[in-house]
Every structure is written in C-alpha cells, then in structure tokens.
Design a binder for this molecule. Structure first.
Ligand SMILES: [Zn+2]
Ligand SMILES: [Zn+2]
Length: 343
C-alpha cells in the first residue's frame, strides 16, 4: 500500500509498504477521505512534539472496513466507518477521574497515517471511538469527526444555553467549526479575522457577522450593547491574541483559549480584570469518548453546515502540493482521496 511519510520539516514522501494484517481486536480500513488539519500543517512547518518524524502522517479519516481481526464483533468487511485516531486507556489516574481527554497514554497510543490507502486501527480505538457511517453521509462529512470532537469538548458543562453571543477570533477550520457550533446553539456569532477570503467562507456557512479587527468595537457595541461578549474563543494560537482576547469578554464571561501557542510561550493578564470582572479563562485539550459520540450525532444529524470549509479535493499523489498550498496560506482544509485518480 502507498502511504505518506512526514520525513522532516517541509519534506513529505510517499512510500510503498506491506499491507498490515489486523491482530485480535483491530480493524483495517481503506481510507476514502483523509482531511488536512492545522496540527499537520504545524508539524510540516516546524515539527510537532506529538507527531514523530520520520513517521506516518495524517490523523483525520473516514473509510471502509477491508479486514477485521479476531474478536471484532461490531464491524465487518464492507462497513463504512468514521472515527478518531486515539482513545483513552480507561484505567490511569485521569481516566479514573473521568478526565478521559487527559489520559496518560492517549497520545502515545494514538494512530497516525491517514494519508494512506489503508489504515490499521488498534483495538482500543475500535472499542471506544470507531463508529458506523450512515450511507447518506459522505466520507467528506464523516472525516470531520475528529476536529469537531475537539471543538465540542470545552462546551461540556459551560452553560451554553444561557449565552447570547460569542466572538470567535480566527477563521481557520477550527474557528469556523466553533462558529457553526455556537450558531447552532442560537448564539449571535461574530467572527474576526484579517483574512477576507476566510471571512467569505464564514459568510457561506451562514455566520452572522464577519469582521476585520478594525470593525470589532463597532460590532461589539451593536451585538453586545457595550457589555462585551458572553464567550470569546481564541483560535489563532498567537500569544498576542491570547492576551487581547480577554479585552472582548463581558464581566462574568468566558474566554476559551483554543489555539495552541508555541511551547514555552507565556501570557500576561491584568489581575483586576480576572478578579473583579470574574472572568473564566479556559484551556481545552483533545476530547473524550462522549465528545466523539456527540460530534458524530451532530454530523449524522446534519446539524452544522461545515462543508464550505473544505477548500478542495486531491489524490494521495498530490499530498506534497496540498501542503505547499496550505503553507502558502491558500485554502482552509483539503480532502485527500487516496483511492481516487484525481490530479
Ligand atoms: Zn486534526
Ligand atoms: Zn487513561
């Protein structure tokens, strides 16, 4: 089978490797769609501590089962499936506290390599985080399950039903998914970005207000009546934006810091703003099996209009070109179709 290897920063190669055979509990799928992701782009540009190089590349997928190991009861050859690339161990100290996203081994036991003709899914993922894909859902829609699981995670228990408005800073794939999710909960959503092209995609997705940084004060007054936003979601991963995000939230509001900054970076906040204005500053990492189940419900129920954020489709042999486009800031998310002859 052919698969992509991230050799080192900026270098992707295709290699021919023997088709793996599923051990007990494992499932081998033919990848029908693999999605590019901001994390993959980071790894391609500057390396990523959770993506070993050289190593198999890509982690968002949907596909069709082509072989199953012994003791696999839920899936059979020919089933169309959607899943994520990790699952918690269910026995470490964090899993015992039901903080499954923080599981001590979740990142060590994940599977990479969805930019490939086939992908072998380990037993713990098959058990917890692999689902059937209904026939009416396209592989493209289904392959958005992993990033959407990340996006829904921080809202669990946040009391979203009481919020009226939100500001999302950054309109890359993740910012657009947050926007669509918040809008589906009835919030008035403002998306802020300097990139006009991306804001155009946000409009296509039906987001209420799309603004550049110079318009934010006006729009904030219009939408929030001078209070500031109930929720501010940072999706750029820039230290300066992590800091400025706090300036847009109302007293008692929540700032969700979602975009990962370079490791070792630090931020500074006014203590009075946090203390007297009773702000909640919230980080977010990965997802739990419940988040995956919920994200799947949203996709299967077609609750969100996400497809506009997929810029285009390419075959596996165009993977280098796709990452060149992404590194030039062209497009948002691309669908890789390994079994297609698309050029
Ligand atoms: Zn991803
Ligand atoms: Zn665990």
């Amino acid at each position: 089978m052919i698969r992509a290897i991230l050799v080192r920063e900026g270098i992707i190669e295709l290699e021919d490797t023997p088709l793996p055979e599923p051990a007990p509990g494992e499932v081998l799928i033919r990848v029908k769609t693999a999605m590019t992701c901001g994390t993959d782009l980071k790894a391609y540009l500057r390396g990523h501590k959770l993506i070993p190089m050289p190593g198999p590349f890509g982690h968002e997928y949907a596909g069709e089962v082509v072989a199953v190991g012994d003791d696999v009861n839920n899936f059979k050859i020919g089933d169309e499936v959607m899943g994520v690339h990790s699952a918690p161990c269910m026995s470490c100290d964090y899993c015992n506290r039901e903080a499954f996203n923080l599981c001590e081994t979740i990142m060590n036991t994940k599977v990479l390599g969805s930019y490939a003709e086939f992908l072998l899914l380990p037993a713990h993922i098959v058990d917890l985080n692999l689902y059937h894909k209904p026939a009416y859902i396209t592989f493209e829609e289904a392959a958005l399950l992993e990033p959407l699981s990340c996006v829904v995670h921080p809202y669990r228990g946040m009391g979203l039903e009481k919020a009226q408005n939100a500001l999302v800073i950054g309109s890359g794939a993740i910012g657009l998914m947050h926007s669509a999710f918040l809008k589906s909960h009835g919030l008035k959503v403002v998306v802020m970005d300097m990139n006009r092209e991306r804001l155009g995609v946000a409009r296509k997705m039906g987001i209420d207000f799309t603004v550049g940084p110079e318009e934010i004060d006006d729009i904030s007054r219009k939408v929030c009546g001078g209070l500031g936003f109930d929720i501010v979601v940072e999706c750029t991963g820039q230290v300066s934006v992590w800091e400025s995000a706090v300036g847009y939230v109302r007293r008692g509001g929540t700032v969700l810091l979602f975009g990962g900054c370079p490791s070792g970076s630090k931020v500074t906040y006014l203590t009075n703003r946090l203390h007297y204005d009773e702000l909640t500053i919230k980080g977010s990492f990965h997802y739990t099996p419940d988040d995956v189940r919920y994200a799947r419900e949203l996709i299967v129920g077609r609750k969100l209009n996400l497809l506009p954020l997929v810029t285009g489709s390419f075959g596996l042999h165009d993977i280098k070109k796709v990452f060149r486009l992404l590194s030039e800031g062209k497009g948002i998310k691309y669908a890789i179709l390994p079994d297609s002859t698309l050029e």
